[in-house]
Design a binder for this molecule. Sequence first.
Ligand code: GDP
Length: 460
Amino acid sequence: MSFSLHEKEDTIIALATPQGVGAIAVIRLSGKDAIRITNEVFKGKDLEKQDSHTIHFGTIRDGERIIDEVLVSLFIAPKSFTKENVVEISTHGSSYIVNQVIKLLIRHGARPAKPGEFTQRAFLNGQFDLAQAEAVADLIHSDSEASHQAAISQMRGGFSGEISKLRAELIHFASMIELELDFTEEDVEFASRDDLRILVEKLLRVIEQLIASFDLGNVIKNGVPTVIAGKPNAGKSTLLNALLNEEKAIVSDIAGTTRDFIEDEINIGGVIFRFIDTAGLRETTDTIEAIGVSRTQEKMKTASLILYLFDLGDTDMVEINRDINKLENLGVPFLKVANKIDKANPQFINDLKEKHPDTIFISAAQKEHLDLLKNRILELVNLDKFKTGNTIVTNIRHYDSLVKTRQSLLDVLTGLDNHITNDFLAMDIRRSLHYLGEITGEITTDDLLANIFSKFCIGK
Ligand code: GDP
């Protein structure tokens, strides 16, 4: 998204609270004329004469017609989220009122904000860097606790801080080497090549860590991909429904009615699990072959967790052992879930408890022991690793930049090995700086110049 200078001058308006009926709704304006425009339709105190961070009661009027009684909060530039003049109008929460107020303010000179435009302005006005701006967007969209935590810590600058620290060290080297370029006659070496190698290797280790964290970050943001595997009529759709608590999968007595993969999400203990229903298992009656159905197997391989579900009344021990063996070879963590305890043979349950003591016995239809199942699911995905305070990369753009940074750092190492000339070395380092800068939105060349001048006031 890019904005012309003209657009940056506009005063933008949007509903800041969710669409729909609530007790109150908050309409937000940002821009040079936010207070003046609001003042034109507000009857109460003269808003243009009030201090920043004050709240005022009054009415919003279209001519003589009162639209609503409101509270208006004022934030005078630069002491606001966008660093522009910001007005927040709290109206009563009917969409009719909200629409009337917004339309009225647009008539008086505001224009509807584009998606993310408030955050974009905050960024452009230096409120925070790009990584933080994206974290704000993620925060607004995050709907589970773990992803909320990742977004929060990124916003507080944990992630940007780490990257900035790395960049600063690299900038130092870049400036030393660029300086050498000015002294080619004298054959001086400001930057020890050994120290540079040590730094680059250290950087690479950190970058590798951040790259590895992307997988974890992705799981937090997009959910733990989970597959329910089992024979036709084992009760997969029923279980999925019971977990989702709504009719999202087609439950039927007739095998094969769940026609395609149904993906859905549930939130267990603050972690999102994305369920993938394995309709493919129905395409054959033999379970071994079923697990071999390629479409299903592909899905199962991409899963981080498999719930192996079987019907206690319709599966014998030989079959169960075979399936379990097959799943163990697949290498994806799985839970053994025995369904339909409500009509199971007690002897068979005892046998199973003996052979497979970790089996979880449930009734999907009667919603029996589902809490137990959920607890075991949570245990299995090892939540501790989600709760570390470590930096987690969740953004595909950051990931991209990190991968490119890694490549350019490796180029620096190769360059050092091959004793390439300083100008090429400087180029490789600059490329690394550029990709790191992409993440935090900082500008490399200015940094380099500033650093050179601050370190060496040559000729002064
Ligand atoms: P799927 O083919 O694995 O998706 O199986 P379904 O969810 O369609 O279930 C097949 C049949 O088993 C349906 O008639 C369900 O009502 C029934 N069923 C599922 N869970 C239970 C259970 O816990 N107890 C009993 N008695 N029947 C169940």
